[in-house]
Design a protein around this ligand. Sequence first.
Ligand code: NAG
Ligand code: NAG
Ligand code: NAG
Ligand code: NAG
Ligand code: NAG
Ligand code: NAG
Ligand code: NAG
Ligand code: NAG
Ligand code: NAG
Length: 425
Amino acid sequence: MLPLTWLFIHLAFILPFSRTAHAKTCTLSPLGVGKDDTDQVEQAIATCGNGGKTVFESGTYNITRKMTWNLTSATVDLNGYLSFKPDIQFWLNATNTYRVVFIQNQASWFVVTGSDFVIDAHNTGGIQGNGQPWWSYFQTHPRADGDGRPISLTLWKATRGVIRNFRIVSPPFWSNTAAESSDIEYNGMYVNATNTDPLYIGKNAVPNTDGINTYRSDKIVMLNWDVTCGDDCLAVKGNSSNIIARNITCRGGNGIAFGSIGQYADMNDNISNVILQDLLMTRIDPNVQPNMANGVYFKTWTGSVHGVPPTGGGGGSGAVNNVVVKGVHLDRVNIPLHLYQTNGGHTGDAPSTLKFSNLRFADWTGTAVTNRIVDIECSAAVGCSGVSFAGYNISGPAGQAPRFICQNIQGLSGLSAPCNATGQM
Ligand SMILES: *[C@@H]1O[C@H](CO)[C@@H](O)[C@H](O)[C@H]1NC(C)=O
Ligand SMILES: *[C@@H]1O[C@H](CO)[C@@H](O)[C@H](O)[C@H]1NC(C)=O
Ligand SMILES: *[C@@H]1O[C@H](CO)[C@@H](O)[C@H](O)[C@H]1NC(C)=O
Ligand SMILES: *[C@@H]1O[C@H](CO)[C@@H](O)[C@H](O)[C@H]1NC(C)=O
Ligand SMILES: *[C@@H]1O[C@H](CO)[C@@H](O)[C@H](O)[C@H]1NC(C)=O
Ligand SMILES: *[C@@H]1O[C@H](CO)[C@@H](O)[C@H](O)[C@H]1NC(C)=O
Ligand SMILES: *[C@@H]1O[C@H](CO)[C@@H](O)[C@H](O)[C@H]1NC(C)=O
Ligand SMILES: *[C@@H]1O[C@H](CO)[C@@H](O)[C@H](O)[C@H]1NC(C)=O
Ligand SMILES: *[C@@H]1O[C@H](CO)[C@@H](O)[C@H](O)[C@H]1NC(C)=O
């Protein structure tokens, strides 16, 4: 059941390209307050982004328009921050962002593409998203999927790339996306979306600040992440395969998601071979971030179509196969493990035909603040097959009988408590 073969394969797949003989090195430093660094950054990448090395000295680089880095056999030492100008109306104008992330027509202000590259931010640089004005603005203005809030770092059609020791501070929206990419290793990623506007103390003022979404991508490895956010810490979306995440700390938010999937009626969403290992989900000060919703959760739209993406959808099919979630510690989450197939649904909807199979949960410890210790509600149309547990020990609130809900599962094993449709024992 454990997809060991490809686990071993992954250890070899990120091949270091020759970095011994860089043809060119470009070195730049920030121009200073009031100046615009976009031209010099683009110039450096144009000169040294193909077979060369670009060194950003520490400091803050003022980026005032959308930017693509096309890196080929290149290294970037990003010791400082790319600071994207805090001008909400500018970025919301669709002409000022890229729309390369197909799902929900999401916007990007910075796209990295190409092959055989390393971007190392040495834990001293990355992206400053200047998210606070965005978060405050969208507390009083409507917000929707695909509305143009930009993703901070988008990898698109990138292959054999490494993003190392990178920091994304104050992202207005999703922090990272890997789309249509393969053989990518993110090693050392710090994300922090923390509201400091006193008006919104105690509220989740940072919605949709996901740590990453993977979409239409293969062989994505995420190691050593520390994410403080108000939404999904990691989200595995449609057509993600051979995904590994290890040593991931999620502080607040919704936990780790599979989904939403099945939003597009005319497309299958297939997800296969995912290993998530050594995860910590921890609730933080509720004045800073009130949510710590899940450990790991899986969600699909229903089998009925309600409108069209980016905001509506449903009716999509597909399959999620071979998922291992191992070595999980939960600190006061609402629902440790949740699977539901009614996202965006209405009563009377057709059940989803998106099928989950071979899900394995091993070595889970910690606490939940509700008594729903397991809640797996598979679609009546297709069910789930092969759901196994080993060493699943989560404590609910004292004095409340724990509930274990398992609907429409064929081949359930390894839980020490009875698990059935209602969770009533
Ligand atoms: C960034 O550059 C713009 C000019 O494009 C300038 O008006 C603005 O003051 C600069 N921002 C900072 C923080 O230096
Ligand atoms: C990136 O550069 C490579 C090599 O120069 C080129 O083949 C490719 O088309 C470029 N990609 C984009 C998106 O511009
Ligand atoms: C968006 O930006 C373009 C290019 O600068 C401009 O022509 C257009 O008027 C802007 N649209 C809005 C709604 O501001
Ligand atoms: C996130 O940022 C907030 C505000 O700057 C800070 O108080 C907090 O310590 C940071 N969290 C982590 C894990 O670094
Ligand atoms: C886990 O990742 C954190 C960064 O988020 C790092 O400080 C720590 O050393 C890593 N732990 C291991 C065992 O690699
Ligand atoms: C996922 O891959 C399948 C099979 O290649 C394809 O039919 C489907 O359209 C893809 N879905 C998405 C969302 O790209
Ligand atoms: C995607 O899922 C559909 C529906 O379950 C299945 O028929 C198809 O073979 C899958 N495609 C791939 C590439 O896994
Ligand atoms: C489950 O975890 C609790 C601590 O939360 C511990 O006291 C108990 O011994 C564990 N049970 C098993 C079977 O490991
Ligand atoms: C759930 O399973 C338990 C143990 O097998 C059983 O006592 C209980 O009656 C079941 N509840 C329902 C509603 O089937």
